[in-house]
Design a protein around this ligand. Sequence first.
Ligand SMILES: Cc1ncc(COP(=O)(O)O)c(C=O)c1O
Length: 410
Amino acid sequence: MVSSSEFSLIGRRGFLRAAALAAATPILTEAHLAHAADKAAIPSGMAQHGQGREVPPPDAVLINANENPLGPSPAACEAIAKITPTGGRYDRMGETAMLAKTFAQQSGLKESHVAVYAGSSDPLHFSVLAFTSPKRSFVTADPSYEAGMRAAETAGAKVVKVPLTANYAHDVKAMVTADPQAGVIYICNPNNPTGTLTSKADIKWALANKPKGSILLVDEAYIHLSEGEDVLDLVAADQDLIVLRTFSKIYGMAGLRCGFAAGRPDLLASLKPFGQNAMAITGSAAARASLLDPDLVPVRKKIIGDTRRETLSWLKANGYKVIGDPQTNCFMIDTGRDGRGVIAALKAKNIYIGRTWPIWPNAVRVSVGTVEEMARFRVAFREVMDMPHQAMLESGEPLNLASLNFPHLS
Ligand SMILES: Cc1ncc(COP(=O)(O)O)c(C=O)c1O
């Protein structure tokens, strides 16, 4: 097992390193990455705070950031309304502790194995900063969610990208053997952007065979939308892994900000030097109300799943190539043409879809919106795909990614 003492975070030098890394590392969320695909130039330093971004028109279809158009549940909204008048005080009533307790009880975990954050982006970044270094690499699938890779670069760690298998799943065996000096092996399950699954058997194999001193970082942001099996029981068994959860997806709380890191107490302690701000009581109250609503997950999984299946059936029936067997609220289409051009042409029609990944420049990611939004997407997508390639490229404003504060996307 990894002990935190293997990583020089304890003591003055460790804290100084943590402070320097934390200060140097932008916490990139899906929103940052999605907005970076817009054309607006963001003056350096402003993007962190969401300033300088282009504001989409009110009737735009926003299927670019894997958000949930259903928003917070009625129970969550009620909890927010109820707690808001007490917001002049800090968390006097222990709202965040009650949230951690509820999640721990529901998940078969001890409370010591749960840390609450304002979304899962913070613990994602902090885990990477804590367990990678110039000597310990970050291993990720390709394509996968990019935020951890950016944190690894700040930590001076080597980033090892392992392509997905022929079925578009994580190639777990190749990831585990990719680098004997791995510090973090990141498994996004289901994967963003492909929506494909990694089996629990593979995750167990990875734990048994991973390089000494490394941890698995299993990102379950989309687990509730899929048929995949979660791995919180491996956390309860004190294995070398950290599991990330967020309320931004099925729970519809991206703007309210709430998430968890679940792991052995010594692993969670390694994240602490990077910061752990107090939670907004509204986020904690809404999250707890969401967890206590027994219908929320199954009902939303069905609504979003039905809309996804309907869209995918239409795409396939019309000869478009969907990548893999997507299980979440996003999927990729191999457009067979310049993916950025498709994105720009759709944007000109007021349909904002997600980004491309360098490994597949022709593939675009699309999030699942409402039935009406997906109907508008289908009309516009067909129009764009029917255009001659050059006309399509000319129909959209050129994407000016190089001007953004995310050089990796240019
Ligand atoms: C795979 C994955 N992990 C983590 C996050 C971070 O989400 P948040 O910080 O909103 O909890 C996202 C957001 O889209 C994601 O797709």
